[in-house]
Design a protein around this ligand. Structure first.
Ligand code: HEC
Ligand code: HEC
Length: 340
């Protein structure tokens, strides 16, 4: 049985009433009108429910379950998972995705879950859904300069986003995640990219991103859930609450999210949770601020921060190797891959 911890959160005139479900915490959109999380509901100060987050494209209006309408009506409903060996593997994949610390703990080196970034166990269509990913592999990745199959792409998120170790090729864990993603992609066309693939694009910033402006955005819109120190908050029983944004329990310096642009795209589309209404500039600024903090070392570290920065960190607004308050980011990084 999942336990719930009630939370009452007030955000600028809105009351965010919810509970952080521990355990598997499957966040169904089904009947939940306000957000993909049925356990967090945004209310206006008069107590009436807020309007749902704006859908920016036709395919995103369908949220998470296949209703049979439109070019991408979303993944099939959970109730359609077959009651056989294949279905059991699909369910296992969903469990791992929702709680890798519990179901794949030997490969996880931080306090995140796959669904910390790919919401609703990888179903939510604005946070790089697995339905859109599966049909597009094998694919060339500039990150490692060769063609990656889906298993290798999954391994990448363990190494970097989860600050862990890649489960071996052919392991039960990768097989279950592959079966689950394959299942979610039912009805898509192999090799044809869905509009929901990846995180939604964001325009270039009007002004160069700023640490000071980002800090103000963070204090006003993020600290409430992620903590003033960015370390997140655990549920009362030590279970999962709000994930850390930096420090040794977060994603490492090689993860996609450490790039300011990738974080800005994610934040614009999805944060603050339940009411993602920042301007593009605010999203850039707060992404710059979040990624201007120390986090676990880049697993590709070659012994020197400047050398590693030169090789791997030349994207726009790269923070690794830059100085913040007299300290070079990367020079105090806790070790990567601190798996149990
Ligand atoms: C810290 C955030 C974060 C976490 C945690 C995370 N990912 Fe990712 N993931 C990303 C980012 C960023 C991308 C790149 C998205 C893009 O290309 O726009 C990505 C991409 C992917 C892709 C390829 C998507 C595509 O469309 O090509 C897969 C598959 C994937 N992740 C699986 C996982 C799995 C499985 C886990 C857990 C073991 C996980 N991710 C954990 C951030 C995260
Ligand atoms: C209402 C609570 C809430 C607020 C406010 C909020 N977040 Fe989040 N955030 C979450 C939760 C919960 C998740 C994990 C998603 C999930 O588990 O469903 C998350 C995930 C994230 C992640 C990816 C996971 C990680 O830990 O790196 C980032 C980055 C992030 N939030 C940044 C922000 C930023 C920046 C703001 C402010 C603009 C913000 N959040 C405001 C609740 C919140």
């Amino acid at each position: 049985m999942n336990k719930s911890h009630p939370l009452l959160i007030v955000i600028g005139g809105c009351v965010l009433l919810g509970s952080v479900a521990t355990g598997l915490g499957y966040w169904l959109t089904g009947g939940g009108p306000q957000s993909f999380r049925s356990d967090i509901v945004v209310h206006n100060s008069d107590g009436s429910p807020d309007s749902p987050p704006q859908a920016s494209s036709p395919e995103s209006a369908s949220a998470t379950d296949n209703t049979g309408a439109g070019p991408d009506a979303g993944p099939p409903p959970r109730s359609a998972i077959p009651d056989n060996e294949f279905g059991a593997l699909v369910r296992k994949g969903e469990q791992i995705f929702a709680d890798p610390g519990q179901y794949a703990g030997q490969y996880v080196g931080n306090d995140l879950r796959c669904q910390s970034c790919h919401f609703d166990a990888g179903r939510y269509d604005k946070t790089a859904p697995m339905r859109a990913a599966w049909p597009m592999y094998p694919a060339y990745r500039s990150k490692n300069q060769h063609v990656n199959d889906f298993a290798e792409r999954l391994q990448g998120c363990f190494t970097y986003s989860m600050n862990g170790k890649a489960p071996p090729r052919g392991s039960d864990i990768l097989q279950a995640l592959e079966a689950y993603s394959f299942w979610l992609a039912k009805g898509t066309t192999v090799g044809e990219s869905l509009p929901s693939k990846g995180f939604p694009d964001i325009g270039k910033p009007q002004q160069a991103p700023s640490y000071e402006r980002g800090q103000a955005v963070f204090q006003a819109n993020c600290a409430l859930c992620h903590g003033a120190d960015g370390q997140g908050q655990q549920a009362a029983d030590g279970g999962y609450g709000f994930p850390p944004l930096w420090g040794k329990h977060s994603y490492n310096w090689g993860a996609g999210m450490h790039k300011v642009e990738t974080a800005a795209r994610f934040i614009k589309a999805a944060m603050p949770l339940g009411n993602p209404a920042l301007t593009e500039q605010q999203a850039w600024d707060v992404a710059f601020f979040v990624n201007s903090h120390e986090r676990p070392q880049d697993p590709r570290f070659d012994g020197s921060v400047q050398g590693t920065a030169k090789q791997f960190h030349h994207h726009d607004y790269a923070r690794y190797g830059q100085s913040v308050d007299g300290q070079v980011l990367g020079s105090q990084a806790p070790p990567s891959a601190t798996v149990p």
